[in-house]
Design a protein around this ligand. Sequence first.
Ligand code: MN
Ligand code: MN
Length: 464
Amino acid sequence: MSEEMKVLREKLLSANKNGYDRISDSDLTAMEAYCAAYKTYLNLGKTERECAANTVALAEKHGFVPYRRGMALKAGSKVYVLNRGKSVMLAVIGKESLAGGARIIAAHIDSPRLDLKPNPLYEEGEMAYGKTHYYGGIRKYQWVTIPLQMRGVVALKNGETLCVVLGEGDEPQYVINDLLPHLGAEQGKKPLNEAIPAENLNVLLGSRPLGDEEDKDRFKMQIMKRLHDKYGITEEDLISAELEVVPAMHATDIGLDASLIGAYGHDDRVCAFAALQGLLDCEAPAKTAVCVLADKEEIGSMGVTGMQSAAFDTFMQDLCEGQGVALRECFENSFCLSSDVTAAYDPNFADVFDKRNVARINHGIGLCKYTGARGKSGSSDADAETVAFLRRVFDEADVIWQMSELGKVDAGGGGTVAQYMANRNIATLDAGVPVLSMHAPFETVAKLDCFMTYKGCKAVYEAE
Ligand code: MN
Ligand code: MN
């Protein structure tokens, strides 16, 4: 190639280089420390409630205080609201008025899982089981024959809420069994999505009877007795419980080069942690920086703790009223980064991707102008100006980023909280970490992409 062509080529064509060919040495060092903290965040928060509590603990360590309606705030004030223990909204008050808009990052902290049903306990074949109802889009066959935990809360009639963690540390764990191949001939002929029916996702809880042969419900009794011994609860208390069956595995480095992280719940705690840490490290921003960690994204962002809830508008309105600003004025001048994971290109399943428009592992935070399915349906489809704004913010902050789509057109699709923010008249764009095996009990992400998402979030908060 002539020198002239080389120069022209560099000027005109996108390079799309691997992040390791672009990242600085200082960022490489910072990346490892950041990812170590992220793994701890994952291990401490396997449910939305645990994740919210851990978020609040980290925020308080960084000087955030609970927001009280009407409290006096000034530039640099750090406040948060914990919404019903399941979602968190945090803000660092900016030097400028909220009339000029806020810099918002929204991620979600609920993940696909199996919830225990309100009447979960039964015995069959001299074993005790718990019935589950899956939450979010899972591939059911992935949830059998892996070690499981049960985590969540039991709310009592007296108003007390007990935190439950079963299967952590030295405690026994749980499992959902599958058929042996020797007898699996018929099952094996079924389509993947039908081989394990939802009502077969029954968690094995025990097999040792309590009492004598003449006693009834001996296997179920054994389980209930142990739950009573540990938490003082009865079977009826399970009616007002939220017990989530989640993978028992801890977050771990993946690959001989330790360049990846495998864990349960990267979707979307990998972006939630980036959004949080970005805010914790953000000192005195020009515009008010807001981080929203929402619940219920995996089932449509509904409900009081979902992104469609008025809880967010209430929080923002409270902040606006403190400055004599109308919420609608703040929203119309705000920018929101909807930070959610995207599908990473997987060469083992190349045919579901358009390889020219896909997020690649180690190519940085993946921007998605639109999500949706069947011709962008259900997507807020950010405008070109908003995409250009984020290109500038990221480039100025040396964030390694890439443009992506969630798979091939008509291969499927998905959504995020972006549409609910955009419907509020907030300019919104999706960007997040590319994930391999998304929604599986054990998902994989690249460390470089995790760190670049953190850098991207911090840059958005600090953008003028
Ligand atoms: Mn997600
Ligand atoms: Mn998801």
